[in-house]
Design a protein around this ligand. Structure first.
Ligand code: PMP
Length: 383
């Protein structure tokens, strides 16, 4: 038997036994009363999680990238223009998606580790007409959290749809659709929801749905949200067979979020991030991400001299903790640790103990136990 490992990569995140249990139930008919009930419950909870009163929620087999495609395909016409605000890797992906569908777009990049300031967005929309603006909330490669609330307030009341890629944020960091004037939040199951991968998740505002309806046909079939809308309204209807077990697991993940309470959950994410960073700082590690843009869901950590990427991650994994390497130009220079979803304090302590043991094995000089102690101060004394 393979030993179980603690997944601290930036998604998939550790899956709570309650969610695993619902995943392991025998597969039921996709039009059975139990699935209809759980799908409806999951959709209602999803709207609560993004603070949307009248939006339309969608949960569809796929993953975050499918949700990215669906968001732009269903809201932007051929002769319209999209503005992509990019912190790095996933903004660039959004631009590639727009390009693949022949959509006109401009991209505003920030340096890696930072996000586009709201003033730049203000300037850009005064220079040219855009049908929509899309921003990644937290870029999973750089760890940068964009000021999406500021973007939202800037765009609110204008005829520009605001789309947030919340794959590394939704359910872990506040996203208030109605208050901030957000048109689309797209996300996936495997990060802050703590469910296994397998779902493309979206909520569209009334304005965004109206835009889709105005468009008549779009160059998509499975990705056409109008084909899915009747199923989301009445899950006893059929369009394409849903992943029954995954939907039940997702439903359970949303129950856990609602039970915890959204404010508590956001606070727990912030405190966990702070504890892990206090430990890393005490151990002499610095963060790649600029301090004004740190996200509560992920830390991108620079390697100090003498700690080699592959050896470090291999040794840490042998001790039961899996972290991710750097993406693109950051490969070999940083490691990425996800701290989102249903991560417990015990899991954080276990990970920090494994980290210290790994560093000691590699001959790295530090005061033993100091990282763990710094985290305990945040989680037990200050918390
Ligand atoms: N956007 C962001 C911010 C992400 O972190 C990811 C996945 N890491 C994606 C989109 C794509 O999601 P998926 O891998 O589920 O297709």
């Amino acid at each position: 038997m393979q030993p179980e490992k603690l997944l601290l990569i930036p998604g998939p995140t550790p899956v709570h036994p309650r969610i695993i249990n619902s995943l392991s139930l025998p597969t039921v008919s996709h039009v059975s009363s139990v699935l209809i009930r759980e799908m409806k419950e999951a959709l209602t909870n999803l709207k609560r999680i993004v603070f949307s009163q009248r939006g339309e929620p969608f949960v569809i087999s796929g993953a975050g990238t499918l949700a990215m495609e669906m968001a732009v395909l269903n809201t932007i016409k051929k002769d319209e223009r999209l503005l992509v605000l990019s912190q790095g890797y996933f903004g660039a992906r959004m631009a590639k998606i727009a390009q693949s569908f022949g959509l006109e777009f401009d991209i505003v990049d920030s340096p890696w580790g930072e996000a586009v300031p709201a003033e730049k967005l203000e300037r850009k929309i005064s220079e040219r007409e855009y049908a929509a603006v899309v921003s990644t909330h937290v870029d999973t490669a750089t760890g940068a959290c964009a000021p999406v609330k500021d973007y939202g307030y800037l765009l609110k009341g204008k005829e520009i749809l605001f789309i947030i890629d919340g794959v590394c944020a939704t359910g872990g960091i506040e996203e208030r659709m109605d208050d901030w004037g957000v048109a689309v939040i797209l996300t996936a199951a495997q990060k802050c929801f703590g469910a296994p991968p397998g779902l493309a998740i979206l909520v569209l505002s009334e304005e965004a749905m109206a835009r889709r309806k105005e468009m008549n046909s779009i160059p998509a079939y499975y990705s056409d949200l109008l084909n899915w809308l009747p199923i989301m309204k009445d899950p006893s209807k059929y369009f394409s067979t849903p992943c029954v077990n995954e939907i039940r697991a997702f439903c359970e993940s949303t129950r856990i979020i609602i039970e915890e309470g959204l404010d508590n959950r956001f606070r727990r994410h912030a405190r966990t991030a702070q504890a892990i960073r206090a430990a890393l700082d005490r151990l002499g590690f610095s963060l790649f991400t600029h301090k004004s843009y740190l996200a509560d869901t992920i830390s991108v950590v620079n390697y100090p001299p003498g700690v080699e990427d592959k050896e470090f991650r291999q040794r840490l994994s042998q001790k039961g903790v899996v972290v991710a390497g750097g993406l693109g130009p950051l490969a070999g220079k940083v490691f990425r640790v996800g701290h989102m979803g249903n991560l417990s304090t015990a899991q954080v302590y276990f990970a920090l103990q494994a980290l210290e043991a790994t560093l000691a094995e590699m001959g790295y000089k530090f005061e033993k136990g100091s990282g763990l102690e710094a985290a305990q101060v945040v989680l037990e004394v200050e918390g």
